[in-house]
Design a protein around this ligand. Structure first.
Ligand code: GLY
Ligand code: MN
Ligand code: MN
Length: 431
């Protein structure tokens, strides 16, 4: 367990982040507004709102979850924070949040008025009634993302806490896996473990998918009971002080895999291990994805599900019928952290690349997920048009024997280090 973080460590981290961002932004000479955002009302539900999460760009620079707040940066003067005044009613319903000091947000108008004629750009959540230079905002964000992607010591300490709570959740839930338990019961067990071990919340809605449900990539838990001989896929993670963990494991419900399940599991695990091995500074994430796609294709040929050369199967989209997503994404401040494509790169429509969430070279300090999967989704595999299009490459009579198989995904979080990497989620068994 990592030591408790001190207020001083947080203050210093914020100072360092702001200095690093200033160094990126100053030459643009722009006034920058970074909005935290506002609570979003649930339509038709009176005063109910969705749980508030400050925009990641605001949170990164303030470590605060203050609705309605706006951080400003003037290269000539530095940083200021404008916050809504907390009235008696808010204190009554929501408690005392008065420690979150700043200038009343009503002062923002006069502050901007004093700087009239200078260029202003917005990041974070939009600030109403303030114009923003879109092209400059995009350049500011590109530069900020470069800094944000390299996790600092405070961020990594929080991610390790999130990973430890996630480990505890899996360890507590796995012994309950057996025929007759519901997806919901497993959700309760795993999330209880997260919270008991320090989680503030879940990183995202836990995915608990049994039997055929495991072919649905983001299946949410139901009262469905796990069946003997089935698989159960659990994709869940804890959040600690804004920082997330994102792990998937797939288990045999009855304790042992069938021969078919074991073969597919071994393939996914081999592909995942090889992809993790490739996670090194300087390596293009897209190349890690493409290598995994080729290995999935070759594995499916070897197992008798596909025929042809791996390269052709990837190019024609035959392997993407079974591996229909990217190899992963950046994780940290939010389950999808500041990933994206480098400027000048855009998403390819090629079947194997369509769902790639990030396209950039890895650097020390980046944290990515590596999460290959193989699925047998009925709505795809029973589509006559798909069967016609892939009649020569998919061995349909063999694939059809796996109706109801669901899918297998294995996911870990990998920190890129100088000369190698560290799997932050290695304490969660996958053998
Ligand atoms: N937890 C969703 C994902 O793995 O991206
Ligand atoms: Mn996941
Ligand atoms: Mn993920």
């Amino acid at each position: 367990m990592t030591a408790e973080e001190s207020d001083d460590a947080v203050t210093k981290a914020i100072e360092r982040r702001r200095r690093a961002i200033e160094a990126e932004w100053n030459e643009l000479g722009t006034i920058v507004l970074v909005g935290a955002g506002d609570p979003i009302p649930i339509p038709g539900r009176a005063d109910r709102v969705y749980p508030f999460l400050a925009h990641s760009e605001y949170f990164y620079l303030t470590d605060r979850q203050r609705p309605g707040a706006i951080l400003t940066y003037d290269p000539e003067e530095g940083w200021s924070e404008f916050v809504p005044v907390i009235g008696a009613d808010e204190r009554l319903w929501s408690g005392d949040v008065s420690d979150e000091a700043g200038t009343p947000v009503s002062e923002l108008g006069p502050w901007l008025e004093k700087r009239r004629g200078r260029r202003v750009a917005q990041l974070g959540a939009p600030v109403a009634n303030v114009a923003s230079d879109g092209a400059v905002a995009s350049e500011l964000r590109t530069r900020m993302d470069r800094v944000r992607r390299r996790k600092d010591a405070l961020e990594l300490a929080r991610m390790r806490r999130a990973a430890d709570a996630t480990r505890a959740g899996f360890a507590g839930a796995v012994p309950f896996i057996a025929p007759g338990i519901s997806e919901r019961a497993l959700q309760i067990e795993i999330e209880a473990g997260f919270f008991r071990h320090g989680a503030d919340t879940v990183a995202y809605d836990s995915i608990i998918a049994s039997g055929p449900n495991a072919a649905v990539l983001h299946h949410l838990p139901t009262q469905r009971l796990l069946g003997a001989g089935e698989l159960v896929l659990i994709d869940a993670g804890a959040e600690y002080r804004g920082y997330d963990c994102d792990v998937t494991r797939t288990y045999p419900v009855s304790g042992d895999f069938s021969a078919e399940q074991a073969a597919v599991y071994a393939l996914v695990l081999r592909v995942q291990r090889a992809a993790i091995e490739r996670c090194r500074a300087g390596v293009e994430y897209r190349d890690i994805h493409l290598a995994a796609a080729l290995e999935v294709a070759q594995g499916l040929v070897d197992a008798g599900f596909l025929r042809g050369s791996a390269a052709n199967l990837v190019e024609q989209g035959a392997s993407a019928l079974f591996f229909p997503h990217g190899i992963g994404h950046m994780v940290g401040l939010g389950v999808r952290d500041a990933g994206g494509y480098l400027p000048g790169r855009s998403r390819s429509e090629a079947p194997a690349l369509r769902f790639l969430r990030i396209d950039l070279p890895l650097e020390p300090g980046h944290v990515v997920t590596i999460e290959p999967g193989i699925y047998f989704p009925p709505h795809v595999l029973e589509d006559p048009e798909v069967r016609r299009q892939h009649r020569d490459t998919v061995v349909w009579n063999r694939v059809d024997t796996l109706r109801g198989f669901g899918g297998i995904r294995i996911e870990d979080n990998v920190l890129i280090r100088d000369g190698g990497n560290e799997v932050l989620t290695r304490a969660i068994p996958k053998e």
